[in-house]
Design a protein around this ligand. Structure first.
Ligand code: MRU
Length: 345
């Protein structure tokens, strides 16, 4: 499995996901602004991976701060953290990582600045390693929902590339495969960015897990023909009531699954749960540029000047979610209570 992101000497480098699967190319970040650009331009994407990148970006940014006192250092660090926060709006893992790194800085007010910089570097490595462990735990706990012989539909890419490694939705699929279950995956191509076709198919083929790609609009028909046994997706943010923001198109998959009596599971780490947001209507949904829709393979496909709407995410109401798979176990409705328990509130 190729690493999604890593420290490389004094730099952070990430696999450039815009180029996959045609080319495996590293994108090197020498400063924190390279990381912000990398997140905004989708060099790295997927909620947990964005969190890891933000943590590493902050450690990079901290190193570049020249400050003789804690007060000056923490003021400059706060400004970098504010810039990082704006990199992408929907995945709450970005804020989660910034809060964790900022908390570390606040806890070291009596330490020399150089020690804080070193601690931030170590913390970013820890976040990466923890994320992979979390996904393995989550995968193991979710695998019991996957029966032998199952055909699983997934949307977008919630795999190794969307995380520190192993994946969330694909983590569950990997764990079921490792447990010896005979499974097959149907991957929605995931217009407009084609995460399903380019990334999910690539990852699963690397692992020799049978995968077939479909156009997004084929999912309903396949469900009606009983060719799909369950759905597993990742999440970018889960509200306190269990509403799930994920890649645009997830909502219609969930509604179709309900109509066809197919379980719809969401696999996500606790860092994707936003206990501060009451319901999914309050989740900020990123709007991306029109060219992602109107252009295909570098060619303009629509009439010149056509108006385009390109929301990158949608919200699936909790009532369509059969279960949420986390590293602390599987929760079911009523979600508000279960989520409070998970967050120890
Ligand atoms: O726009 P993207 O590619 O960052 O969107 C990614 C998704 O929607 C994933 O399904 C989600 O982040 C979960 S990744 C484990």
């Amino acid at each position: 499995m190729i690493p999604t992101i890593e420290w490389h000497g004094p730099n952070v480098r990430m696999i450039d996901q815009r180029k996959l699967p045609a080319r495996i190319e590293w994108y090197t970040c020498r400063g924190y602004r390279d990381v912000i650009r990398g997140i905004g331009d989708m060099v790295i994407r997927g909620a947990p991976a964005i969190g890891v990148a933000a943590a590493m970006g902050l450690a990079l940014g901290a190193r570049s701060i020249s400050a003789g006192t804690y007060a000056v250092f923490s003021g400059k660090f706060g400004k970098i953290a504010n810039e990082m926060f704006l990199a992408r709006p929907t995945a709450v893992n970005l804020r989660w990582a910034i809060d964790r790194m900022s908390g570390l800085v606040a806890s070291m007010a009596d330490s020399p600045v150089e020690d804080i910089k070193a601690a931030l570097f170590e913390e970013s490595e820890k976040i990466l390693i923890e994320d992979i462990e979390i996904n393995r735990r989550l995968g193991k706990s979710g695998a019991r929902l996957v029966p032998d012989g199952a055909t699983i539909l997934t949307h977008c890419n919630a795999g190794s590339l969307a995380t520190g490694g192993y994946g969330t939705a694909l983590g569950v699929i990997r764990a079921a495969h490792e447990a010896g279950r005979n499974i097959a995956v149907i991957a929605d191509e995931t217009r407009p960015w084609l995460q399903g076709l380019r990334l999910t198919a690539f990852e699963l083929m690397e692992d020799s897990i049978p995968v077939t790609v479909i156009a997004d609009n084929a999912a309903g028909s396949l469900m009606r023909q009983k060719k799909i046994d369950l759905v597993i997706t990742g999440a970018d943010r889960i509200a306190a009531n269990g509403d799930v923001a994920n890649k645009i198109g997830t909502y219609q998959v969930a509604v179709l699954a309900r109509e066809n009596k197919i379980p719809f599971y969401v696999a996500a780490p606790i860092s994707t749960i936003d206990g501060t947001i009451k319901n999914g209507d309050l989740i900020p949904v990123e709007q991306r540029g029109p060219e992602e829709i109107s252009r295909f393979g570098g060619r303009e496909m629509g009439p010149s000047g056509v108006s385009v709407l390109n929301p990158a995410f949608d919200v699936t109401p909790a009532k369509y979610v059969s279960a949420i798979i986390t590293e602390k176990g599987i929760i079911k409705s009523p979600y508000r209570k279960a989520i409070r328990g998970l967050l120890d509130l």
